[in-house]
Design a protein around this ligand. Sequence first.
Ligand code: DGJ
Length: 728
Amino acid sequence: MAIDFNQEKNLFHLKTKNTSYIIKLVNGKYPAHLYWGRKLDGSLNFDHKILYGDRPVMTIIKEDNLSLELLPQEYPAYGNTDYGVPAYKILQENGSRTTNALYSKHRIYNGKAELSGLPASYAEQDDKVKTLEIDLIDQTADFKIILSYTVFADYDIITRSAKIINQGEQNLNLQSALSMSLDFEDSNFEMLQLSGAWGRERYLKTRPLIQGLQQIESKRGASSHYQNPFLALCRPNTDEFKGEVFAANLIYSGNFKATVEVNHYDRTRLSLGINDFDFNWLLKTGEEFQAPEAVLVYSDQGLNQMSQLYHQFYQERLVKSKFKAEERPVLLNNWEGTYFDFDEEKIVEMAAIAAELGVELFVLDDGWFGRRNDDTSSLGDWYVNKNKLPNGVSGLAEKINKLGLDFGIWVEPEMVSPDSDLYREHPEWVIEVPDRPNSEGRNQLILDFSCREVQDYIIDVLTKLFADSNISYVKWDMNRNMTEIGSNKLAVERQQETAHRYMVGLYRVLEKLTSQFPDILFESCASGGGRFDPGMLYYMPQTWTSDDTDAVERLKIQYGTSLVYPISSIGAHISAVPNHQLGRITSLDMRADVAYYGAFGYELDPRELSFKEREIVKKQINKFKSLRKLIQYGDFFRLLSPFKGNETAWMTVSKDQKEAFVSYYKILAEANVFSGSLKLKGLNPEFDYYIKVIDKTLSGSQLLYSGLPIGELKQEDFSSKSWHLQVI
Ligand code: DGJ
């Protein structure tokens, strides 16, 4: 049983293959969190964790002789004897914000229900998946909270979410409705977050916990470049291969907050959900509010194990697209090769060379529509610019197809340029507030996706675009964050719902389009990696990781991204040098050794490649194709961190352990040093591996415990080496 309920002890035991999560109904009414960690067996008793009684300056609930401040609650309310971050807060018509939703009943069932209107993980028929739903009821304000816990036993994953239902006569205002809250008995953790900026997305940042609040969040209407909706608590000295990690990741692409609060007893509360900053949701009689899903991972073998659990789960039980297990096409994207300066002739010339090199998909980026020759106009006018493409998108797609390539196209459907026919026709269709000017980002405004009419318009226009031409791939971009957040279509009292309604609207549009066009491979993008999150991944199995295509910078960006997101989802391209973002010159070899670890492609003008470079590129593409399944779907191990020094190394191992690909990178060359060995991971110690580049066979045990000799490196900065290991 993945979920046991011991009625006598009022104890729920949620069990995955290797972990346990235990909840007790204290006094039959308060769901308290007693344990999460390595799997427990036998007779369990956690009574010592429930502390009753009074202490100086403590407020207590008389009838229970207990203070909620001492109770590790699963979904704490506001206004009572708990002073920590509440999981929810509800303003009632009488002005009260105090609530007290208590256990009323629960259900345990096989499988998992969908989350209405939101992306979420799913169970397949033969999965050992069970869901526990606990109903909490507040008698006074007459609302119900359903706490959902789904146990994916074989994946070692537990997901959580919450739904709030107004069962009464009065209007309720949800001022906060998080997805989860989790209390730990102590605060002996480091907090790990993925933070950064444009061009520096998802860097690993850690800090020790101290009494008080530590928080990451987004208020930008997108999950953002700056913070990812992921947070982990790690025991001190945890590294890639040892130590306990408690991680949570939110399946959501909008404003979120992840908080860690250490209280005066050194207890720690981790909460995650929609950001309650500038959030208010009017819940009328009979209405319900669904909070997004949080994905919890526990690892007792450091960060690598955590990542592998996320990778496998997301690949198999989050990504919905049929491409989830397919090898991703090698693409050429014209953005850095041409920017806006192209026409059909140029594109076809580029594609012809790309086809000779072995590229499988040509992606036409920004600038093919309206009158768009720079970023000052035409977003919203999704019809072809005949000056550039006289035969239309379909004519170009045909020509590209004739060269033996699939054709893909760029769109940015959530945006509108003030200088566009769409905006002139519908100025009221943008996110804005009354009587104030709209700020612009990249000269554009945001369409009000909270509004059904706008959603339907975009669905219609894109349906035509995707149906009229032979389109195999779509890059869905989004290049600015929200300001002046409001909707012309929402009532005054619902204005603070705009940002979340926008996300729900976007998800509806994506649901429609991705199910109408199941054969299109969708890639999401937001000025590079500004919305690399599980919510987008549900619809689009890959994401453009960063606009920073410099190979050295990419080591950090891809290393950080791999912490949570599968290698198959990480868009990684080789671009021209000097690199357009920072002017660095790196070798084609190094650029390839980095870009191989992802959804691989090129982003340059192939006409500018010399004969010699074309020969190298051909070889790279051939090599990648032969390794692609291994790299995109193998088990990924990070060996040396770019955040810790001059070297980086990582590798991937096939599920049967018979094949592996290892890469090592050294940023700055050093004089008069000897390179050591790389202790590999994930291999079978009993197998022998043949390594072609050095023409040697080494045993798995030697490679694991003594290491793979790195050998001589080129005497240059930014060097790399890769090894393909095979059991013959
Ligand atoms: C931002 C994206 O990240 C780039 O790859 C490119 O598509 C541009 N937008 C086009 O405007």
